[in-house]
Every structure is written in C-alpha cells, then in structure tokens.
Design a protein around this ligand. Structure first.
Ligand SMILES: *Cc1c(COP(=O)(O)O)cnc(C)c1O
Length: 389
C-alpha cells in the first residue's frame, strides 16, 4: 500500500465477507433470513462498507446498537431494514420512523412511550420485542415466576396502536461455551423463548413475522434455534472456532511495516519499565503500532506478529504509538518490510488467547487512526481514514 499517515492499515477483504455470507446462507438453508450484526462499526471493519456488501449479497436485515449507528448506515446509502438492539430516547421516534429504522422494545414503559410518540405523529413505529430468557441484560423478564407477567405485558404491548410489532427475539448467554452446563442453559433459554412466543401468539391472536435468537454460537451449533432469522456477528467476519469449522475466512488483516531496526547487546532493557531484557545480541524492529492503534498494552511480551520469515515475538511494553519485535534471525526483514499483526497468516484468535481476551475485543480495538483499505476482486476499491486532517 502506498504511504498513508503512519504505515499501519487494516485490509478489509470484502470477497471474504461475501464468501462468508454465502457459506452461512448455505449452512442455514432456504427459508431462514439473515441479519448481519454491524454494531460497533461492524466490529471495526466499517459498518457502511460491510452493510453495502451484505445488501448487495442479498442479506435481509442489519443490526446496530444505537440510532447513531443506524443513521450512519442510512446516510451511507443503505436502504435495507436496520434494527437497533439498544435503547433510543423517545424524542427520536420521529427520526426512527422517517428513516425506516426498527427499534427494539425491552419493557412496557418504553413500549408506552414509543407508542405515544408515534401516535402523536399519526404514524406507527416498527419494533421487535426483546425477551430476557437468561442473559439478564435487556428485555421483558419471562423466566420462572415472571412468565405470566412477562407474557401479559408483551401481549398488551403488541396491541399498542403506535407500534407495528414485526419481530420478537432473545439473546443467548452461553451458546458459544463448551460443556453440559452451558448446553443446558442454552436449551433452557430456547425453550423459554419458544414458550413465550406460543403463549403470546395464543393470547393475542397475532403471529410474529420474524422470530430470531441465533448469535454466532447458535447459528453454528444449534440449527433448531435458527427459527425465521439468524443473527451472527463474529462468525460473519470469519473469526473463532466455529468460523474455522465452517471454513469461513477472516475478513480483516491488520498490517504494518517495520519503521526502524536497532541492534543491542545482550542485557539491554527494552521499552518502559524494562520488562524485557535481551538475552543475546538482538536485532530489534520498531513497529508504528501501539495501544493508541488498538494493540492492547496487556499483550506486552505476549503477542507475536507474522513476518515473511515467520512469527516474531513482541518485546517490552507496548507503547502508545510503537512496539518492538525481535528480528534477530530474520535477516530479510528490514525497514519497510510488511508485517501482519493479525489476519490470514497470524490468527487473531491466537493473539486474543495470548492476551486472555476474545477476538471481538481485538478487532473492535483497532482505532480510528488505522485506515481501512477495502478490497474487492483482489483490488483496492476504497480507503477510509477515519482520522480527520
Ligand atoms: C452482538 C450481538 C449479536 C452477535 O453476537 P456474535 O457473538 O458476534 O454473533 C447478536 N445479537 C445481539 C443481541 C447482539 O448484541
């Protein structure tokens, strides 16, 4: 890539994304809709570009966390249905309706507010009901002693004149965890969700048009949970064990180039705090990639990056703008040589495991200072620098 601000960039492979979408469509089969999760700027990949790619590929729905993220898609020219998973203030209802954005409803008080606001405008707001079956975050509480009350509230809210209730959904807390306990928990959540749906439909006489609950783990592992639509995030971007099992491709490759090479004798302390000491004559590369770019400082002395001569370990504390790597045995790697921080050659899963975190956090952490470079048919089609200058 020609020089950008700092010579660290994220390649976003839209062909891999489209491939993953098609592979997942084949996996879920005919008759199941596909909602692409593009919250948090599409897990750091760029929500407008990812949204556009999914829209072209024929996906049915997108989901974001807030009205700001939804507006970014609309302003970016995306016209397909968009669901906001989180809260929107009631004074924004007109905007939701004007831009045809679907809102999640998580409790009766909000249902009343939204319905009233929509009625004032003489319109209806399209909504999906969120059921809390065990995630204990958002949604109508419906477990155990709360079942009858929860169902009664949902039935009532489905009749509200300002609301067009299109869908109902829940979120799994353990669909991607191993073990019997997690399996039982997911089964319980799913059964409860199905029970809520059938009770509400029976009492209200209405049928939900879109019932959905399958996140990454459930999309990959539990076909019975696919219902009318699946809702994967991480899987779509090609990360994690389930993506590997399904043969999906990682979409982001984070790259940088060696900025400087230094030679040190054995016994030299490297970087802040001197947490790394060279144990031999060392040829150390400096990368223009630090924690302000998304290289978590907690990965210091734990991560490795991929050079053309194989993995190089990161040495010393990761700084704000830079980090050091050991290039002693890699003679062909010099100033200007490209290094993959994570991507197709250096799996993000390994770096996440080394840092005691999850791939989600590492891709979301890639900061606005890192330009995104979009590739389609192997060609660069767009470069986005989020930093303004
Ligand atoms: C983020 C999110 C998803 C996607 O989760 P993944 O684990 O990335 O598949 C699905 N549903 C809801 C409600 C979410 O918040």
């Amino acid at each position: 890539m020609s020089s950008t601000l700092r010579r660290t960039w994220a390649n976003i492979d839209l062909d891999a994304l489209a491939y993953n979408y098609r592979a997942l469509k084949a996996h879920i089969g005919e008759g199941v809709k596909f909602m692409g999760i593009v919250k948090a700027d599409a897990y750091g990949h760029g929500s407008v570009q990812v949204g556009r790619c999914l829209e072209e590929a024929g996906a049915d729905y997108l989901a974001v966390s807030s009205i700001d993220e939804a507006m970014e898609l609309r302003v970016g020219g995306i016209t397909m249905p968009v669901l906001i998973l989180g809260h929107t203030p009631r004074d924004q209802v007109e905007k939701l309706i004007d831009y045809d954005i679907t809102q999640t409803i998580t409790c009766e008080a909000k249902a009343i507010n939204y319905s009233n606001e929509a009625m004032k405008l003489g319109k209806t707001l399209k909504v999906h009901i969120k059921v809390d079956t065990g995630m204990s975050r958002l949604g109508y509480l419906c477990d155990d002693g709360f079942f009858d009350g929860g169902v009664a509230n949902i039935v009532e809210d489905c009749q509200m004149p300002g609301l067009d209730v299109e869908g109902i959904f829940t979120h799994f807390a353990m669909a991607d965890e191993d073990g019997e306990e997690a399996l039982a928990y997911t089964r319980h959540q799913f059964k409860l969700f199905c029970d809520v749906i059938s009770s509400v439909e029976e009492r209200s006489g209405k049928k939900f048009r879109i019932r959905h609950c399958a996140n990454t783990g459930a999309t990959a592992r539990f076909p019975e949970t696919h219902l009318d639509m699946v809702r994967p995030g991480l899987l779509l971007y090609g990360y994690g064990d389930y993506a590997r099992d399904l043969g999906l491709q990682p979409v982001m490759s984070l790259k940088t180039a060696v900025q400087t090479i230094k030679h040190y004798p054995a016994g030299t302390k490297i970087s802040y705090g001197g947490t790394f000491t060279t144990d031999r004559k060392t040829r150390m590369g400096v990368l223009p990639y630090g924690y302000a770019d998304g290289f978590l400082r907690s990965l210091s002395n734990k991560a490795q990056v991929m050079t053309s001569e194989g993995p190089a370990r990161q040495c010393g504390r990761i700084c704000m703008d830079m980090s050091m790597i050991d290039l002693t045995d890699k003679h062909s790697v010099g100033v200007g040589s490209e290094v993959e921080i994570f991507g197709k050659l250096n799996p993000v899963e390994e770096m996440a495991a080394a840092g005691g975190t999850i791939p989600y956090e590492l891709v979301c952490a890639v900061s606005k200072r890192v330009p995104r470079v979009y590739l389609k048919d192997g060609q660069v089609i767009e470069r986005e620098l989020l930093l303004r200058f």
